[in-house]
Structures are given as structure tokens and as C-alpha cells.
Design a binder for this molecule. Structure first.
Ligand code: DX5
Ligand code: ZN
Length: 216
């Protein structure tokens, strides 16, 4: 029950975004997960900084910003200006990952590196100590409501072992296809933060669904 829950507003009703965020404010959600997509790094476009400015004004929980974009290093100050707590950049999108991570921290945010399902966690060996969090994609990024990739559970366990061996406190976040069943397995394998979009927002009672995810 020590894990965090970060609902993803990608599955929210954008026509009522203010209300949806108010619901998250009142819920047991720990963070609000925000998915920015550029149509290049992933085959979909979501929303950008003008929307985030309104989210910032309404949200009373830390913002966990997940950038599914190429060249994320170009937008560090823009993300910082949204008041983001955590900035997630993809391993696959950063040639000079170490530099990007340092710049995120210099801008006053926590730094997280995200791995696509095909990217081995062992590639993080030489950057892990610099990271506040690793976000493991448990679906291919780009869309909400996709089927969970079962192999992810093994990846979480391997990453947890790497973190413990190095005596680090790096968090493990998982994103994609999370529900009560997969969420439980992921926590047992060592996940610290569950992102859930479709499972929360398509349920009849999102607040109660968040509570159930918290109680796993
Ligand atoms: C997918 C996004 C996720 C997405 C998760 O590319 O990164 O955050 O919202 O959605 P669900 O929980 O519906 O799989
Ligand atoms: Zn995400």
C-alpha cells in the first residue's frame, strides 16, 4: 500500500477537463500523469503547453509529465514552466541522455527516463544513479486503452534488482494497460507508481477505481 497512483488524463473527457482534474484533486491519486505526444516519436498527437497551462492552474497534485516526443531537450524550460514535478523523457529519444537528465534537474524538476517495451533495462546501468525514476512502458506508447504486455513484469523485477543492488532509491513507474489484476502483479514485482488512464476514466466511479488501485 506504499505505492503511488498517477491517473493519466489522456483518457479524460477533454470537454470537461477542469471537472476531471477537480475529481483527481479530491481523489486518492498521488500524482497526475500527463501524456504529451508529437505524432513523430509516437503515431498520435495529444496536447501541448497551452493545455498544460490550464492544467497547472487547476491541479493540486504533482504533475508527472511524460513526453513522447523527439528532441525533448528542447522543451525543458517549457515543461518546468508548467510547474511539473517530474519530467519523463524517452531513452530512445535522447542521444545525450546524461546531459538531458542533468538539465532537467537544473531546471528544478525530478528526472525520469522512460523505456519502450523493446528497450532492455540493462541499458540503464550507467545512468541509473542519476535518475529519480524509471518509467517502464507496459504497452507501446501512443494510445490509451491498449493490452498490457506481460513480459513487462519480468522487466520490473530485473530493474528492481538493479536498483537494490546499487542501494538506490530510484522509483519504478509503469504505464499502459494497468488495471487491478496487472497492477497487483506489477507491485509484487517491484513497481512503485502505477499510471492508469482508461481503467480509471472509463469506469463508472473513477474516484473509487483510484481508491481500489491505491489499496492493492
Ligand atoms: C500511452 C500513455 C499512457 C496512457 C495509458 O502512450 O503513455 O500514459 O494514458 O493508458 P492506459 O492506462 O489506458 O493503458
Ligand atoms: Zn504516459
Amino acid at each position: 500500500m506504499n505505492h503511488k497512483v498517477a491517473p493519466s488524463i489522456l483518457s479524460a473527457n477533454f470537454l470537461n477537463l477542469g471537472k476531471e482534474i477537480e475529481m483527481l484533486n479530491e481523489s486518492e491519486a498521488d500524482w497526475i500523469h500527463i501524456d504529451v505526444m508529437d505524432g513523430v516519436f509516437v503515431p498520435n498527437i495529444s496536447f501541448g503547453f497551452p493545455v498544460l497551462d490550464f492544467v497547472k492552474k487547476t491541479a493540486r497534485k504533482p504533475l508527472d509529465v511524460h513526453l513522447m516526443i523527439v528532441e525533448p531537450q528542447k522543451f525543458i524550460s517549457e515543461v518546468a514552466a508548467t510547474g511539473a514535478y517530474m519530467m519523463n523523457v524517452h531513452y530512445e529519444a535522447c542521444t545525450h541522455l546524461h546531459r538531458v537528465v542533468q538539465e532537467i534537474k537544473k531546471a528544478g524538476m525530478k528526472a525520469a527516463v522512460t523505456l519502450n517495451p523493446h528497450t532492455p533495462v540493462l541499458l540503464l546501468e550507467d545512468i541509473l544513479a542519476d535518475l529519480d525514476m524509471v518509467l517502464l512502458m507496459t504497452v507501446n506508447p501512443g494510445f490509451g486503452g491498449q493490452k498490457f504486455i506481460v513480459h513487462s513484469i519480468e522487466k520490473v523485477a530485473v530493474l528492481k534488482e538493479m536498483i537494490l543492488k546499487k542501494n538506490l532509491s530510484t522509483l519504478i513507474e509503469v504505464d499502459g494497460g494497468v488495471n487491478l489484476e496487472t497492477g497487483k502483479q506489477l507491485i509484487e514485482a517491484g513497481a512503485d507508481v502505477l499510471v492508469a488512464g482508461n481503467f480509471v476514466f472509463s469506469s463508472n466511479n473513477p474516484k473509487d477505481t483510484i481508491r481500489q488501485l491505491k489499496n492493492l
